[in-house]
Design a binder for this molecule. Structure first.
Ligand code: NAP
Length: 268
């Protein structure tokens, strides 16, 4: 039996175990997916221990995505982003990937939204904003990053090819954009009445992905749908980072429908 898992602190409410175990069941793979919660300063030790124990693959979440950069051999995307969320132990040394980037790209592709040549606005410059900005720029979009703390947006934009940056007062550019991605926590439970982008900027030619998945239908997505925009909820981004991790570990096409069904059942 192969063992996969999630390294984080805390990991109590993770949706990854049901999502990945649904994939093993659908493809009749003899594997389990478990969670590990080491002390905050023990991430690199945990990676070494996992290798010793023969663990096949790990996802990595807050607060360890940067802590383990020196404990693995980085693939190109993970190196450029400076964060690892997936480790494959089939090689020595283990290899670190960032599947959050592919998760963003694949969520848009799944909904028929093309990114190449489009104008995109990312709201937020934390971990999710970083993955979103790299994903959209790598897929050929012109990216503007708007963040409450302007310096954080500027610092991220300096790393992302061609990106511009500003504060939340620059969000009026959404009116001329093709793609909007909310990567802030605004609108998340319990503050479900809040929205990161005023409804007046939303329009029918926009595709809106909200990284927030709790609730599934945020105020931003509700108002975007009312404006006629294409809407993509945060569970799609979460799903496709998991799909990409599964495919990295197994070399097989992921059973996307089974994983999606399990994820949405767990979210309910
Ligand atoms: P993070 O690193 O802590 O970043 C938080 C971001 O939200 C920062 O840009 C912060 O701005 C902004 N922010 C927080 N409160 C705000 C407010 N009241 N007004 C305006 N901006 C505010 O968090 P993260 O890991 O990037 O996660 C952000 C959201 O994405 C969370 O809801 C998380 O659950 C979600 N997420 C979803 C996925 C997925 O797969 N769907 C993956 C990762 C994260 P400042 O820089 O000014 O503080």
């Amino acid at each position: 039996m192969q063992v996969f898992g999630l390294l984080g602190n805390p990991v109590g409410h993770s949706l990854s175990p049901p999502m990945h175990e649904a994939a093993y069941e659908a493809l009749d793979i003899d594997a389990r997916y478990v969670t590990f919660e080491p002390d905050r300063d023990a991430a690199a030790d945990a990676v070494a221990a996992a290798e010793t124990l023969g663990i096949a693959g790990l996802n990595v979440t807050i607060p360890f995505k940067q802590d383990i950069l020196d404990a693995v051999d980085l693939d190109d995307v993970a190196r450029r982003i400076g964060a690892v969320n997936t480790i494959d132990f089939s090689t020595t040394p283990p290899r670190g990937y960032n599947t959050d980037v592919a998760g963003v790209e694949r969520a848009f592709a799944h909904h028929g939204v093309s990114i190449d040549g489009r104008d995109a606005v990312v709201v937020g410059a934390g971990g999710a904003g970083r993955a979103a900005a790299f994903a959209l720029a790598d897929a050929g979009a012109s990216v503007h990053i708007a963040n409450r703390t302007v310096e954080r947006a500027e610092s991220l934009a300096a790393d992302v090819p061609g990106a511009t940056a500003g504060g939340l007062d620059t969000l009026d550019c959404v009116a001329d954009a093709d793609i909007l991605l909310n990567a802030t926590s605004v609108g998340m439970e319990p503050d479900v009445d809040e929205t990161p982008v005023p409804a007046e900027h939303l329009h029918a030619d926009l595709a809106v992905l909200d990284a927030v998945y709790s609730p599934i239908e945020t105020r931003l997505l509700r108002e975007a749908a009312e404006a006629g925009a294409t809407t993509i909820d945060g569970a799609w981004m979460l799903l496709f980072q998991g799909v990409e991790a599964f495919e990295t570990w197994t070399g097989r096409d992921a059973p996307v429908d089974a994983m999606n069904e399990a994820l949405r059942a767990a979210l309910d």
